[in-house]
Design a protein around this ligand. Sequence first.
Ligand SMILES: [Zn+2]
Length: 90
Amino acid sequence: MAYQPQVVDAKLVSNNPKNGLFELVVTLKDRTSCRLIYETDAASGAKNATHINRLQNEPCPICRKDFLCNCMSKFKDEISTQAMAKVETP
Ligand SMILES: [Zn+2]
């Protein structure tokens, strides 16, 4: 079955108004945590998630590795959309 990330919590953990970069830490229903890094387009104000990193608090829910993997990058946009609905972004 395809993995379906479900964001239960999102927090703004850093924000740099000078360059429009900010970071969210999200928690998924399966206890996976991820850090999302965003940039803000200076002209349009659009916020784009550029990177996602799984925090290694739990094994990866997809490949079960407990070290760095890239599985979450496939779900970056989905997780980002859910996270932005939960937290006030700069
Ligand atoms: Zn993985």
